[in-house]
Design a protein around this ligand. Structure first.
Ligand code: SF4
Length: 665
């Protein structure tokens, strides 16, 4: 019977695997609905979604995007949504041996029984895990081999902004905010089911594609030039009339109207974030040129201070969490962040509730916020992200932070009692030289020198953390050559030596970095085209799983498979990664409309090379990146001028007057 629980078959396996609790579900605020929950609705049909964050449970369960969609969908009376996560290799082996299919953790239903299978990819390194889930679910890996009995496989998340590398495996992709998009897809699916599923799977895909907001790769043809570059990507309107040339990003306006998650999930097993998160705004217009998240989530839309207060209050009551994270791409940029943090700190001053602001802005204002949030707590570490080591490279990436800004900021931090400062940088940025990276060592030494001076102590520390830069689609650096793995490693080695060899400060500076190899695979997947799908499949067939995990990742496997699978096309990994692109080149994601004007992006790339900076359009006139007119959106920022009032009013006494600091971010 469809929708029947496979738990009886799963249960005997649980005692044989690591962390069995991750497979049992039953978390606080999880939802289990009747399989035919929609039967009594006017249309008399049920739309069933399986949602996956394609990583281990501990990483997937706190994911905000998946949690929001799970709740939004389950609020509909005709819809049920359940969650599934990647099973560890020990469980996978047993499931294959005992023929247990990929299952949801909510009601342990087989993945293959659902109508729609939505995957949220925040990184490309989850692609092989998608193939495992499809295969364990009895769903053909290739979309063209599926029929009416299989779910429609839909990719979302930031990686879906270039869905071409997984075009063979997905039926559809949706870009942008998911809340309204999943409801629209549910409506279309419900109507098609109510009509008796006319035209089968193809008709449903056509209806989705014709909305202009769902990309169905099979309706688009790609042709190539003799040198391997793409000649054209075009909809096949002869066979599939009405399929649009471009597929638009979804943007939710008015975040206060979407206060999700209202009932955040509380995992039973250990997870990467043991806290409740409230998204205080979406989007970022600071214009950091390396940052795909900032570019593809424009424009900025703030949640109001009162909306934030209500979400925190309701979420804490629903979960019992003792820590609240105020999330966004750059939380200190909220127009009323000072009032938000002070208001929340006042509200929860006498409780166990801790507040955190994972902001990495480099300025003294950030220290004020951090001080406010840790009024009663221990001052351990603060993180800042100058991203580039030299003033020159920070101009290239449009990270407008001077060395003096950084030194003043860390001086304020050490002076306020913080003992540890973490600095985040990238290596391999466009136009970067060894000298730019070696400046990181000089900066770190100045940080320690300043810290010792202002604190009068010798035990202060600074940790330098370095990530490899990977050029991404829909950013000004989408045309840039990526630095090779060996060159990255050589540059980082020089930096490590420069830090370690310093007798005065070296022992106070921690150095953390990853080698350049995973970045090359990520680069291949993030700027690849449909031909790269063969590589992903070959890697998976060779045993590739959990590529985001160092202990499972095999660079050699990726390189061997890529060499073999790409050779027939006369191209290789370097062609996709370390090769610069011309303005005229058709990029694999050109038909995915993020709203950003390609000419504006190219100009921004030229400005990067010329070290010309661009302001944040939140505070300055619009500089025509294209997003707002193209998508009919606008910047939504405060201040609202409102304040957070105390939660409990005793005996009708007047509300306490509070002096709120409306310092502008
Ligand atoms: S269109 Fe103008 S206001 Fe809108 S995000 Fe782009 S630069 Fe900012």
């Amino acid at each position: 019977m469809p929708g029947e629980s496979i738990f009886p078959a799963l249960e005997p396996l649980l005692e044989q695997v690591s962390k069995p609790i991750q497979y049992v579900g039953g978390e606080l605020n999880s939802t289990v609905k009747d399989w035919n929950v929609g039967a009594d609705t006017p249309a008399g049909v049920t739309v069933r979604w399986a949602l996956m964050y394609p990583d281990a449970y501990e990483v997937g369960v706190p994911n905000q995007g998946s949690m929001i969609l799970y709740e939004v969908l389950n609020e509909r009376p005709d819809t049920l949504a359940e969650r599934t996560y990647s099973v560890w290799p020990d469980m996978e082996a047993l499931m294959r041996e005992h023929e247990v299919p990929q299952f949801t953790v909510d009601a342990h239903r087989p993945l293959g029984d659902f109508d729609l299978f939505g995957l949220s990819f925040s990184t490309e390194l989850g692609y092989t895990n998608m193939l495992t889930a499809l295969d364990l679910g009895g769903i053909p890996l290739h979309a063209v081999d599926r029929d009416e009995s299989h779910p429609i496989v839909i990719a979302g998340g930031h990686a879906a902004f270039n869905p071409e590398t997984i075009a063979d495996f997905i039926d559809a992709a949706v870009v942008g905010d998911g809340e309204e998009a999943v409801l629209a897809i549910t409506d279309i699916t419900a109507a098609w089911k109510a009509e008796g599923m006319p035209g089968g799977r193809l008709e449903l895909l056509l209806r989705l594609a014709r909305t202009g907001g769902v990309y169905v790769p099979r309706f688009y043809d790609v042709s190539y030039l003799p040198d391997g570059r793409i000649q054209r990507i075009a909809p096949n309107t002869t066979d599939y009339p009405g399929v649009p040339w471009r597929i638009a990003k979804h943007t939710v306006m008015d975040l206060d109207a979407w206060p999700y998650p209202k009932q955040p999930l509380v995992p039973l097993a250990e997870s990467v974030h043991e806290r409740m998160s409230v998204e205080i705004f979406r989007g970022c217009t600071r214009g950091c040129r390396f940052c795909q998240a900032g570019m593809i989530t424009r424009p900025v839309r703030e949640r109001s201070i009162t909306g934030i207060g209500e979400m925190v209050e309701r979420g804490l009551a629903a979960t019992g969490f003792e820590e609240v994270g105020l999330l966004s791409l750059s939380s200190a940029d909220h127009s009323e962040i000072a009032a938000v943090t002070k208001g929340l700190a006042d509200r929860y001053e006498d409780s166990q509730v801790g507040l955190s602001l994972p902001s990495t802005r480099v300025d003294a204002f950030n220290i004020d916020l951090a001080n406010e949030l840790t009024r009663n707590g221990r001052r351990s570490g603060l993180t800042f992200a100058p991203e580039g080591g030299s003033e020159r490279i920070r101009k290239v990436i449009n990270k407008m932070v001077t060395e003096e800004d950084l030194i003043n900021t860390v001086a304020a931090a050490y002076g306020a009692g913080w003992r540890q400062v973490k600095l985040y940088f990238m290596c391999g940025l466009p136009t970067e030289t060894d000298e730019d990276v070696l400046q990181i060592a000089e900066l770190a030494k100045r940080v320690i020198e300043t810290g010792r001076k202002v604190s009068g102590r010798n035990d202060i520390r600074c940790t330098v953390s370095i990530g490899g830069f990977v050029p991404k689609a829909h950013t000004p650096f989408q045309w840039a050559p990526q630095l090779g793995a060996e060159e990255t490693d050589a540059r980082l080695l020089k930096l490590r030596e420069a830090i370690r060899s310093d007798r005065r400060y070296g022992s106070s500076i921690g150095f953390r970095y990853h080698d350049g190899k995973p970045g090359i695979v990520e680069g291949l997947l993030s700027r690849g085209d449909r031909r790269v799908g063969r590589v992903i499949e070959a890697v998976w067939r060779d045993g590739g799983r959990f590529d985001g995990w160092t202990e499972h990742f095999s660079y050699e496997r990726w390189m061997e498979c890529a060499a073999r699978e790409l050779a027939p096309f006369g191209i290789d990994v370097d062609w996709y990664t370390t090769r610069g692109r011309e303005e005229s080149e058709v990029l694999p994601w050109d038909h995915i409309d993020s709203g950003l004007d390609k000419e504006w992006l190219w100009q921004d790339w030229l400005d990067a090379v010329d070290e010309v900076e661009v302001e944040d359009c939140r505070w300055t006139p619009c500089f025509d990146c294209g997003v707002c007119p193209q998508l009919g959106t606008e910047i939504q920022v405060g201040p609202t001028g409102k304040t957070l009032l105390p939660l409990t009013v005793v005996g009708g006494s007047p509300l306490r007057e509070r002096a709120h600091d409306h310092a502008s971010a």
